[in-house]
Design a protein around this ligand. Sequence first.
Ligand code: ADP
Ligand code: MG
Ligand code: ZN
Length: 482
Amino acid sequence: MKSDYEAVIGLEVHVQLKTQTKAFCGCSTSFASSPNMNTCPICLGHPGALPVLNKNIVEYALLLGLATGCSIRPYSVFSRKNYFYPDLPKGYQVSQYEDPICFNGEIEIESENTKKRIGITRIHMEEDAGKSIHDIDIDTLVDLNRSGVPLLEIVSEPDIRSGQEAYQYLMQIRQIVMYLGVCDGNMEEGSLRCDANISVRKRGAEKFGTRTEVKNLNSFRNVERAIGYEIERQVELIESGGYVVQQSMQWDASIHETKVMRSKEKAHDYRYFPEPDLVGVNVNEEWLRKVQLMLPELPQARKARFIYDFGLPAYDAGILIEEKSLGDYFENVVSKLAVKSKDRYKLVSNWIMTEVMRVLSERKIAAAEFVVEPAFIAEIVDLISSETISNKTAKEVFAEMLISNKAPKSIVNEKGLSQVSDVIFIESTINSILKENVENVEKYRSGKNNLFGYFVSQVLKNTGGKANPKIVTEVLKRMLEN
Ligand code: ADP
Ligand code: MG
Ligand code: ZN
């Protein structure tokens, strides 16, 4: 972007709630069902069918509102947002308009090592529409399984200034909703969807520029890319004497470009009016207090605790807290360590970030589904720290453990993998190696220092890789120099 321009971005994020049943009827929200199986007169919009609000949705909205520092409205109502579309059988979407249940909150992001607060304008409850399926030869098909599935919409203030900040903000939302257990966070399956409102202005200008809205971004990467593209496009347009038209755009991920969808409808086109079939939502102090007590430790607080309590680098802590179950796994391993020390905590972190996470991604599973008991990872770390096994042996033990699910100690014993730290034994091994390599010893002593590695490798070879490398180095130095 030309540096005399600044981007202004506000996001509307739709969070699909992890309830068993839909927002206003008893139909299942299961993602796996065949098309149109999870439907009933209410979510099909049959005349005369009456909706009843699923109480869990309010509780989820309150959890998210409290977690993001929002004010909670004691009384709020639903409204009808009227528009026509084949996947909207009622001809309107039940949503909240003027008085959303949560408002005035914030989310803290970290971008380029500085912390920044992004304001939350509002969080409101609404229902999802069905799905039109266009990519089948015969015709366009409509699947109404998603019709009436509950959503929370989180609208941000126009506080975001780059694609990268938008990415960080979305990451925070994803972590928070997953920690709260209100959403599975699966962007590919559409559990999180994002519309990005983007404008540019000359640096220092007070007035916002005209915005475009890129609809339905379904991956973190696409959000960042679409915003980057749209900023460039708007700046170029203005620089070449044109002006931005307020309109809805679509991101085409295959050619990395935004294109026009339709020019922006005005709010009054939706003819919002209060939903007459649903009663208002009352949230009293008692309910709010109950929900407050249900709030778990949130990701950023956990990150701070990992840094403070376990002495982890911020980088490690950030990775470990990203998925709740991974953070839980880390804490479980740590609690099983024979000796509690910062060195060992860091070693646990290393093992999880490399070996464990590699297996998780190979198997495409979350830490919650990882079968290796946390106590076994603790045992490996203890064995390394007490110098019973080397790092290299530990990796073999880990690989073996993945197959047999046996405890590391028994693998070490059965296979005789214990590291040899016996100085007398190591000395005698070195002694015979030096005798067999008289010429090389001479060369070394006359200045060919790089032969040292050769001797180390001979000792390791002779001991089946089990000699403690630290002791080998010490003893070798001493014996070669004499
Ligand atoms: P609508 O309902 O028409 O989409 P809203 O007023 O609810 O409009 O705003 C939607 C989003 O657009 C909010 O996240 C807001 O921060 C953002 N926004 C508003 N004005 C601008 C602007 N000029 N540039 C970028 N984002 C904006
Ligand atoms: Mg909008
Ligand atoms: Zn239904």
